[in-house]
Design a protein around this ligand. Structure first.
Ligand code: HEM
Length: 451
């Protein structure tokens, strides 16, 4: 196969690169992006391509998506997620996607607005109450919020009673990263503290999921209707399975996946948005003005407000540009391919990195600066469509993007209208690239009610 060979880091840089894989994954991606838009790292027979251009991203994620399966990190996440929608492939993925997709249609998401708004009001009241006693971890509270919303909208089941879910997910993600860095050489049964924590968390998650399934199954009709939530549709599909045990295990994997994919990403978006607004009080004032005008007389948001909260939406979009919750999209080529002028052999790992793409100096003016006006509709035409991919692209595009955006916009508007959330002196939050782009050390903030 002909084709150009991408730039490669010099051999002497490889040890440093491997060290960065363990301690500074974002730095490693930034180094690759600084080298060129297409970079090849060869580690013995292993080939790793890093592409950092909108048209290359389009090719891999959308135009020739059929030639790629999910990549690095997949084996590690499978220990936790099994074969859920995020990690499954081929026919199984197609079946799962067609089962849950109807539950995320725009019309269905609109019907969830009331539940999202009620949870948003609860979050505001909780922050005001707890904040009266001193600084609190806002990231932890918004994580509770996103789990609560997931429970009410997608699963129709109470998740508040299962507060350990977020902690359990943290432990299993730490483990997935550990496995990635150690290349799966340390078995799960090894008597190490991290492995023990992982095993305990996985047990807890499974127990929680079993309880959720038992509770929801008992309240479910035999035939699903168009109004059913994703959980009901998944249970109905499991009941149709010819092997009940395999059907149940499949259901458990799908539920764990939906729980993880549906809460951490939105919580991360909210954390970064609130942090950026605290660092830019003059922009926070603009959000506040809009929120006061649209959500007048102190009322909670409803579905009709979403398209009126235009500046708030731009703020959330810009926060996801700088800190995309899914910071890396790993793939593996099934057959040889050509990405632009570059030949990619079958079996090669391919990385598309929203974090570096969203900060590419040829695509974004002053890329490191927080400037929500970039997402002013009048300015969108200047930019290639695949320069901004916080929800991925192509057939594996996020199913929950509508719900996630609604949550982020409602919370940002309502909290900013009613509270001053400020970071503590010396704030230096940095991103922690796990499966999602977490915030190292949480987000301690002071809370001051404005009315
Ligand atoms: C702001 C919030 C969110 C962001 C930034 C986000 C981002 C993403 C991205 C980038 C992908 C594609 C991953 C890939 O191609 O490898 C994805 C997939 C997915 N997301 Fe989201 N997501 C968000 C919210 C949600 C919510 C609320 C749910 C569910 C309630 C959800 C469920 C899923 C699922 C199930 C997939 C896998 C889809 C498939 O492979 O067919 N996400 N998400």
């Amino acid at each position: 196969m002909s084709g150009r060979r991408p730039a490669s880091p010099p051999l002497r840089a490889l040890p440093g690169l491997l060290r960065k894989l363990a301690v500074d994954r974002l730095g490693m991606m930034r180094d690759a992006a600084a080298l060129d838009d297409a970079v090849l790292v060869s580690l013995g027979p292993k080939k790793l391509f890093v592409f950092n251009r909108p048209d290359y991203a389009k090719h891999v994620l959308a135009d020739n998506a059929a030639n790629y399966r999910k990549g690095i990190g997949l084996a590690e996440s499978r220990k936790m997620l099994g074969d859920g929608l995020l990690t499954s492939e081929g026919d199984l993925w197609r079946r799962q996607r067609s089962t849950v997709q109807p539950a995320f249609k725009p019309a269905r998401v609109t019907t969830h607005a009331q539940a999202v708004a009620q949870e948003t009001v609860k979050l505001r009241d909780l922050l005001a109450r707890r904040g009266a006693h001193g600084p609190l971890d806002v990231l932890q509270e918004v994580t509770g919020f996103t789990l609560g919303v997931l429970g009410r909208t997608v699963l129709d089941t109470g998740l508040h009673a299962h507060g350990g879910i977020a902690h359990a997910f943290e432990a299993v993600q730490d483990q997935a990263m550990f496995d990635m860095v150690t290349q799966n050489t340390v078995p799960t049964w090894a008597p190490l503290a991290t492995q023990r924590r992982f095993r305990r968390s996985r047990r807890e998650l499974r127990r929680t999921v079993d309880e959720l399934v038992a509770d929801r199954s008992a309240r479910l009709n035999d035939t699903p209707t168009a109004d059913d939530d994703a959980f009901a549709l998944m249970i109905a599909a499991a009941r149709r399975h010819t092997d009940p045990r395999a059907g149940y295990e499949q259901l458990r994997d799908e539920l764990v996946t939906l729980l993880l994919a549906g809460h951490e990403t939105t919580a991360s978006t909210l954390g970064w948005t609130l942090l950026l607004l605290a660092r830019h009080p003059h922009l926070r004032d603009l959000v506040r003005q809009e929120a006061r005008a649209v959500l007048d007389h102190g009322r909670a948001p409803d579905a009709g407000d979403l398209h009126k909260l235009t500046y708030t939406t731009q703020v959330v979009q810009e926060a996801m540009r700088l800190y995309p919750p899914v910071w890396i999209l790993p793939r593996v080529a099934l057959q040889p391919d050509e990405v632009g002028p570059y030949a990619v052999p079958s079996g090669a790992d391919v990385l598309i990195c929203p974090y570096t793409l969203h900060r590419h100096p040829a695509l974004w003016e002053r890329p490191e600066q927080f400037d929500p006006s970039r997402f002013d509709p009048a300015r969108l035409a200047d930019r290639p469509r695949y320069a901004y991919i916080p929800f991925g692209a192509g057939p594996r595009f996020c199913v929950g993007s509508g719900l996630g955006m609604m949550e982020a916009v409602f919370v940002t508007a309502l909290l900013t209208r009613d509270l001053d959330l400020d970071t503590l002196p010396g704030d230096d939050r940095t991103p922690e690239p796990m499966m999602s782009l977490r915030m190292r050390g949480g987000l301690p903030m002071t809370v001051r009610p404005l009315r």
